[in-house]
Design a protein. Structure first.
Length: 311
């Protein structure tokens, strides 16, 4: 079987990938049906034009136009190196299409660069898959009611912070917060519990820094990792949270329901495990709430006396 130009043209037109060829001046000499399907631009509209005319209007993920100086095709025509990139082309109808682009140099019999071929593939399915994975990860690691991370999310951050503490001695503290009388918080209306949780979530979110870590554990309990603080600063922050909750309320069906919280806190210690740190705080929180609640206590890592005084 003799393979001629017509055979290769038919073969290339059967491929789902977009393929086009340019000469050293970036004039388009060939445009297959895959390129027509992905871009919406027909071969008779593209052949003879220069790709430098910004026909596909490629941009990267940051929105930078590549034809204004960072064009993979131009770079490959210059140095002959193969390139690959994830870009966005503009469809003839105006919308953006994510594409995986591969550019290869074409050389003549004397090994001179005679042009370049670009192969581009519709990357929409990959982008959709990545977005689906991100949504699943968010559903797995975040509480839908508060928008805060869950326990798994918090523990992932806490593990990393404890490792940094051992290596670089970067201080931080952990607060275990609980809504007092959460199980009895049900009058009036049936949403008092959820409203109280959302209210405390907002208090924490608006009174912590972007690099602090917050988590909702369920049953009215929260965790907060406060970065770059010592015991005294951690106690001040805990008292502030108690004060803000005590001076807030949940409005349910026109009635105000008062809410108080209790907090057990502890500065991170490189000698303690994550499990022991969280267990000590949970135990202390239960002790505080079984007493009278509405107070903050910071446990000392070194037994030099009593914990910080209650609120």
């Amino acid at each position: 079987m003799r393979l001629n130009k017509k055979f290769f043209r038919i073969l290339l037109n059967q491929l789902s990938d977009g393929i086009y060829f340019v000469d050293p001046d970036r004039t388009i000499l060939y445009w297959n049906r895959g390129a027509e399907r992905i871009s919406g631009c027909l071969a008779n509209e593209m052949i003879g034009k220069k790709c430098a005319e910004d026909l596909l209007n490629h941009i990267d993920a940051q929105g930078v136009k590549l034809c204004e100086g960072n064009c993979p095709m131009l770079q490959t025509l210059s140095d002959g190196r193969e390139r690959e990139a994830e870009l966005y082309l503009q469809h003839r109808d105006g919308h953006r299409v994510p594409v995986l682009v591969q550019v290869l140099a074409i050389r003549d019999a004397k090994d001179r660069i005679a042009g370049a071929v670009q192969i581009f593939r519709d990357n929409s399915q990959k982008i959709m898959f990545q977005e689906r994975i991100q949504r699943l990860e968010k559903a797995t690691l975040f509480d839908p009611d508060t928008g805060l991370g869950n326990r798994k999310y918090f523990e992932n951050h806490l593990k990393g912070k404890l490792e940094k503490l051992k290596r670089y001695a970067e201080p931080f503290g952990v607060l275990y917060l609980g809504i007092d009388g959460f199980e009895q918080l049900n009058a009036p209306g049936h949403r008092s519990k959820l409203d109280a949780v959302k209210m405390l979530g907002r208090i924490l979110t608006h009174n912590t820094r972007p690099f602090d870590t917050l988590s909702y554990l369920g049953d009215g309990n929260f965790l907060a990792l406060i970065d770059n603080v010592d015991e005294t600063q951690l106690f001040s922050i805990a008292k502030k949270f108690c004060f803000l909750a005590d001076h807030s309320s949940v409005l349910t069906q026109g009635s105000e329901v008062p809410v108080t919280i209790s907090i057990a806190g502890r500065s991170a210690d490189p000698e303690i495990t994550m499990e022991k740190l969280l267990q000590s705080l949970e135990n202390k929180l239960l002790e505080i709430q079984n007493n009278r609640g509405n107070q903050a206590v910071i446990l000392r890592n070194k037994p030099k006396g009593d914990p910080f005084p209650a609120k």
